[in-house]
Design a protein around this ligand. Structure first.
Ligand SMILES: *[C@@H]1O[C@H](CO)[C@@H](O)[C@H](O)[C@H]1NC(C)=O
Ligand SMILES: *[C@@H]1O[C@H](CO)[C@@H](O)[C@H](O)[C@H]1NC(C)=O
Ligand SMILES: *[C@@H]1O[C@H](CO)[C@@H](O)[C@H](O)[C@H]1NC(C)=O
Ligand SMILES: *[C@@H]1O[C@H](CO)[C@@H](O)[C@H](O)[C@H]1NC(C)=O
Ligand SMILES: *[C@@H]1O[C@H](CO)[C@@H](O)[C@H](O)[C@H]1NC(C)=O
Length: 666
């Protein structure tokens, strides 16, 4: 028995080493690393960089070769059953890249992290830039190092569609939007009689439905940067990385890059490109169309790449593609344009855009008046300030011009989309257009003082409100495309980048809850199964707070009759900090569930007073909810949309859109 258990212990240790959460380098289980790693699929002709690395840990469990990395490694590539050809020759490069050397550290596990003893690793590496593979089929890349050790990477160039089906693509991303949120939004905004809905969400009425798996390359929970990378490039990546595979160097701009759907669309077809976001325009999900950096936080780089992508910010590294100045950029984030500490080089970046021929608009009226024929930059507030509730616009001094006033005259979300389509339609001629519309608010990470919290801060009502706004914008876009005769030419895809562990499990009698004196009695207000009742949001029950209309936004068709009913949704989160629940609407503004205590975050005493306390499940250092594992839905209409049926990986969405546009045709 003992020897068996020793063997199984060894097997377990081997497994742990490859499933570790503290990695030396993601997607690189051995001491030799190939980026793009094993299991990468390419579109024929898609540009990408390669980085190979050989690691020599000085100490820790993998310490080898006295910490001296093998600089004499070899790297070759084989197509199908052909010979493995040395990379420089394979790609017909004039020069062989020089060996670069550096060191980095990482923690092997939580114990060494607590002890403050990171492993020190020396690395010898090479980078091959701006390559492509055009022949469909399988490829094997092989790195040989340390006297016979080998790392293999299997790549596939998928067989591309050569017949273009869609002229235009309208791509909506509801950041963090799961099917359980769509279901809850439907419940509060659409009337059901005896279990049968009388109206439906626009998403419910799309022609094709699928769902996608959102895993990162090196962790099963994703963030918005690397999930956007998967959607836009067809490549898995690491948390915080935008359109690069994370390498081990210190420089966040030298990691191996890969071409995005927007760059391909510009380079191969030359159609019009639009980017609209309800958050700051340098944030991960919009930025991911055009930007290449390991650190999504590099907002200046993002803004520069919108403008100068062809001449990459770091001129020592050539990247001969780019978004080439999108025709439409609408969103928040004025601080990256107003000359100051956040703007690139401290310069006036509005002027930089104007110098390149952009019309710049700052508010709703200027947007409405803007010509449809000009490239247009619309920055409507500082930070994430795009706010739906007019009374919440006051006092933030978020004016996009930086004059210190409030950004009170912002366009609505529908205004932005319809204007974007109008401009793209006018500028695109026969080549078609690609518009990405990202609804951030559903997921909003909190930075500023605006409505950007929602699901992360467990503010269910506002999150569902944003989701209904997204649905209404999709509805209006479809109507507009029909009106201008482009609906049948346009592939419309609606999806999310990841989920949150949110669901509804019953109803809550908020009046009863508030009247009880103890936590355990308050929990009696939650009705499950037959006591969950019916949606209180679709009946005007006379208990509307008098200030209800200014408390939370839209009502009317496709929105709740009221937002704060006595019988509310009892909803919860798969993971949260310590919190208090009343299940009522937060009247004063977005929720702050937890505040800083002596040893981490604790229940915010001001949040949901009169509610009952729910113990958190997250590390006490987390103040908010986090993303979750769930697959997310994909809805699609129009030419090429049949391909979106079924269950697939996030990276497949890139290939499906690329096929609809025939971007892999050489
Ligand atoms: C490895 O070596 C470095 C540099 O000497 C040191 O700082 C670190 O604590 C060592 N780590 C371990 C796990 O011994
Ligand atoms: C490779 O072989 C040489 C000569 O035997 C030896 O000096 C070196 O340490 C070996 N390197 C590795 C990484 O094992
Ligand atoms: C540009 O890339 C080089 C080579 O990786 C690096 O040394 C340098 O720091 C980078 N420059 C900037 C401005 O990031
Ligand atoms: C920043 O300013 C310097 C000096 O004016 C200029 O040489 C450089 O090109 C600027 N860089 C960018 C990225 O605009
Ligand atoms: C709205 O009404 C509630 C009670 O009816 C009150 O507590 C709250 O302060 C009011 N909010 C605003 C923004 O006036």
């Amino acid at each position: 028995m003992r020897s068996v258990s020793l063997a199984s212990t060894l097997a377990l240790v081997a497994q742990l080493a490859s499933a570790q959460t503290f990695q030396r380098l993601g997607a690189c289980p051995k001491l030799g690393c190939i980026l793009p790693p094993d299991q990468t699929d390419f579109l024929s002709g898609q540009l990408f960089d390669i980085r190979v690395e050989v690691h020599a840990p000085v100490n820790g469990s993998e310490a080898s070769n006295n910490g001296v990395p093998d600089e004499k490694f070899t790297f070759c590539i084989a197509h199908e059953k052909g010979d493995c050809v040395e990379a420089q020759k394979f790609f017909k490069l004039k020069d062989s890249p020089a060996v670069e050397k550096w060191s980095f550290t990482y923690f092997e596990d939580l114990f060494t992290k607590d002890a403050g003893t990171p492993v020190l690793v020396n690395a010898a590496t090479k980078a091959y830039r701006a390559l492509s593979l055009t022949q469909p089929g399988s490829y094997t890349a092989q790195l040989k190092y340390n006297n016979g050790s080998k790392t293999l990477a299997n790549w596939v160039v998928r067989k591309p569609q050569t017949k273009r089906q869609a002229k235009n693509v309208l791509f909506f991303i509801g950041d963090g939007m799961t099917q359980s949120m769509i279901t809850a939004a439907r419940l509060i905004a659409h009337k059901a009689i005896n279990g049968k809905y009388q109206t439906l969400m626009q998403m419910d009425q799309m022609e094709n439905l699928g769902h996608q798996m959102t895993h990162s390359i090196d962790s099963f929970i994703t963030d918005s940067a690397n999930s956007a990378t998967a959607l836009y490039t067809g490549k898995k990546s690491t948390v915080n990385a935008l359109n690069v595979w994370r390498d081990s160097s210190a420089d966040p701009l030298d990691d191996p890059k890969v071409e995005t759907i927007a760059e391909l669309f510009r380079r191969k077809i030359g159609g019009a490109l639009g980017i609209v976001s309800t958050a700051f325009i340098a944030d991960a999900t919009p930025a991911a169309l055009c930007t290449h950096t390991r650190e999504r936080g590099q907002a200046q780089v993002v803004v520069q790449e919108y403008l100068n992508s062809a001449e990459y910010i770091n001129s020592t590294i050539k990247w001969p593609t780019g978004c080439k100045q999108p025709d439409v950029i609408f969103g928040g984030g004025a601080e990256y344009f107003i000359p100051g500490p956040n703007s690139p080089n401290g310069t006036d970046y509005y002027k930089a855009f104007q110098d390149k021929g952009y019309k710049v608009v700052y508010d709703k009226d200027q947007l409405a008046a803007a010509s449809k024929n000009e490239k247009t930059l619309g920055i409507f507030s500082a930070r994430n300030g795009l706010i739906i509730l007019p009374q919440n616009l006051k006092g933030h001094k978020d004016s996009p011009t930086g004059d210190g006033s409030d950004a009170t005259n912002q366009p609505g979300l529908k205004d932005m989309t319809l204007k974007a389509i109008e401009i793209l339609q006018a500028r695109s001629k026969k080549d078609g257009w690609f518009l990405m519309y990202r609804f951030f608010c559903i997921d909003g990470m909190s930075e500023g003082a605006s409505i950007d919290k929602m699901m992360h801060v467990l503010d269910y009502d506002r999150a569902l409100g944003e989701l209904l706004e997204l649905d209404d914008t999709i509805r209006a876009s479809i109507a507009y495309l029909k009106k201008i005769g482009e609906l049948d030419n346009t592939l419309i895809v609606v999806t999310a980048d990841h989920g949150h562990g949110f669901d509804v499990f019953g109803g809550a009698d908020t009046k009863y809850l508030n009247a009880q004196s103890t936590d355990r009695k308050k929990r009696g207000a939650v009705g499950v199964y037959q006591n969950s009742g019916l949606s209180g949001y679709m009946v005007a029950d006379g208990s509307l707070p008098t200030n209800q209309t200014i408390v939370y936004g839209p009502q009317g068709p496709n929105f709740p009759v009221q937002w704060n009913p006595r019988y509310a949704l009892a909803a919860g989160f798969g993971a949260s900090p310590d919190r208090r629940e009343t299940y009522g609407l937060n009247l004063e503004g977005p929720r702050v569930p937890a505040t800083s205590g002596t040893d981490g975050f604790v229940v915010n005493p001001a949040d949901n007073q009169g509610g009952f306390i729910v113990s958190g499940t997250l590390p006490v250092g987390e103040a908010q909810g986090v993303h979750s594992l769930t697959d997310v839905s994909v809805f699609a209409n129009g030419p090429g949309s049949d391909a979106f049926r079924g269950v697939y990986n996030s990276v497949d969405i890139f290939f499906k859109i690329a096929d609809a546009l025939a971007l892999g045709k050489n």
